[in-house]
Design a protein around this ligand. Sequence first.
Ligand SMILES: Cc1cc2nc3c(=O)[nH]c(=O)nc-3n(C[C@H](O)[C@H](O)[C@H](O)COP(=O)(O)O)c2cc1C
Ligand code: SF4
Ligand code: SF4
Length: 272
Amino acid sequence: MTTILVDNDLCTRCGICSDVCPMAIVTPADENTLPAINDTAAGMCIQCGHCEVSCPSQALLLNVRPDEKIPLPAGAGIISPENITFYLKKRRSVREFSKKFVSKEKILDILEISRYAASGGNGQPVQWIVVSDPKKVKKIAGLTIEWMKTLLNSDHPMSNYIPVLIGAWVSGRDVICRDAPHLLFAHIPENNPSASVDAIIALTHVDVAAPAFNIGTCWAGLVAMAALSYEPIQKEIGIPEGRKSAYAMMFGYPLYKTYGIPRRKPLEVIWN
Ligand SMILES: Cc1cc2nc3c(=O)[nH]c(=O)nc-3n(C[C@H](O)[C@H](O)[C@H](O)COP(=O)(O)O)c2cc1C
Ligand code: SF4
Ligand code: SF4
C-alpha cells in the first residue's frame, strides 16, 4: 500500500513534507519525481500525519483512513495569550457536582479531543471506561475504602490519612468520589513502558477541555491508586484483559462557580 499520495499538479516541490517527517522517511521531490516513501521505509511510518498537515498546497494525502481528513478552517482554534492564560489559570478541581448527568454526546465530544494528545511514538494506547451509574460510582468509592483498610498500620505513605478518610466515609461523606455522577478511567496495555505517561497526557486534555463544555473534573487519585492493585475494584470497573487502569477522574456539572484565581507557589526556574 502507498503510504502517501501526492498530487502532481498541486505539489510545488517545496520539500516541507520531507523536512517535517519525524522518521525522515519522505524522500524529497526533484524536478522529475514527487515526494515518496519507499517500500522498505513504509513500515517505519508512525502515522503522525505531519507530512500531510504541513503541506501548504494540500497536495499530499496520508493514505491511512484517508476519508478521515479533517479540514482546518482559516483562523480556527486561535486563542490569544491573555485568554489561554486566564482559561488555564482558572481551571479548578471540582468536588461538588450537580446530580444532572452529562450526555453521552458531550462526553464523546470531550474524549474525541483527547485522541489528538501526544503519545510516545504516536502509539495512542489510551482507551476509556466511563462509569455513569451513581450506584456504581458509590460502589467503587466503597471498594476504595476497603482497599484503604488493607493499608492500615502499614508503612504505606497514605497510612496516616486513612483513618480520617475512613471516618468521614463512615459518617456518610463520600470523600473518595465526591458523589460525582460520572467516573472516567483511562486504561492502557499492561506492557507498554510509555503508556502511563500517554494516559496522563490524554487525561490532562480531558481535564483542560472539559470546562469549555461547562463540565467540571477532579483527578481521582485515591480510586486510581486502589485500581492499580486491588482486584475487587479492577473487576468492578471492568478493565479489559491485558490492560490496566492508568488513572481515574471524576466529572459532572459543577455545583458552584469560582470567582478568582488561587495563590500558588512562585515559579522556580534554573536558566542554564
Ligand atoms: C494526580 C492527582 C491526584 C489527585 N487526587 C485527588 C483525589 O483523590 N481527591 C481529590 O479531592 N482531589 C484530587 N486531586 C486534586 C488536587 O487536590 C488539586 O489539583 C489541587 O488541590 C489543586 O487544586 P486545583 O486543581 O483546583 O488547582 C488530585 C490531583 C492530581 C493532579
Ligand atoms: S505520517 Fe509522519 S512518519 Fe509517516 S511519513 Fe508522514 S510525517 Fe513521516
Ligand atoms: S509539502 Fe506538499 S507541496 Fe511541498 S513537496 Fe511535499 S507534497 Fe509537495
